[in-house]
Design a protein around this ligand. Sequence first.
Ligand code: CP
Ligand code: NVA
Length: 309
Amino acid sequence: MTRHFIDLADAGPDGLRAMLEAARARKADRRGYPRGQTDDDAPLAGHTLAMIFEKNSTRTRVSFDMAMRQLGGSTIVMEAGGTQLGRGETIADTARVLSRYVDAIMIRTDDHQKIVDLARYAEVPVINGLTDQSHPCQIMADLQTVLEHKGRVDGLSWAWLGDGNNVLHSIVEAGSLLGFPVRIGCPDGYDPDPAVVAAARARGGSVLISRDPVEAAAGADVIVTDTWISMGQAHAEAKLAAMQPFQVNEALMARAAADAVFLHCLPAHRGEEVVDAVMDGPQSLIWDEAENRLHAQKAVLLWCLGKLG
Ligand code: CP
Ligand code: NVA
């Protein structure tokens, strides 16, 4: 059966753990190599990944491209506006055609249903490079980063401050699959999708939603936030005002565990959801987190293409 990576649950706890171990091992094994050098075993030699972008990207674009190079494969980047998809060719027909050319497809898009449809009609693995609903590749990198710095993922408490968005949805899902509680501080009207929260709770996940940022952050091991206005959302002063009490600043970090770490998927809006003193402070892991997009995505690619477990 074709392995798609649309959400974290597609891989399940065992698949996620296998990917995290592969990401850790590969990162260690190639330490000191020039970035463009292929891994010694070149496990994806002869394989090509098509990447479709319907939204902007820096990290996802470059890290997937470098991931394929390091695994011995290659990429084709398709800006949706320059393809027939941008002129109305259906997702289903695009999926059928690309499946005859490439070995896997990564897509960054708006409507989550598009990636579901792409996977339905594709004969090769489809990877979610972000939709309005979720961002699982980002959370693989976040998990790898926490594992590196804390030695474990299970049992640590994560606190999310801000908008109930795509990145949060994947964190909530991860918590329920790998066994860590997620406490969410967000203003009324900006909760995560209730269906995502209900699915996590049905798996036994612990999810708290609070209107009090201090209640969410108190004693947390991981503090995480993201932009208050995601791609595709209109700039709204009312939303920015509602989010202000949930800004991650030094006072809020002081309410977390003394050895808490800070994550942000980037790009950040410094001075909005997070202040410079936290972004650039001693608890921030944001550059390791960004680097780990590369290592985590190599593991996702290998899992999808049947090279792991
Ligand atoms: N974090 C993330 O997905 O970054 P890009 O939007 O730059 O890809
Ligand atoms: N929530 C953000 C994440 C960007 C990587 C967005 O969707 O724009």
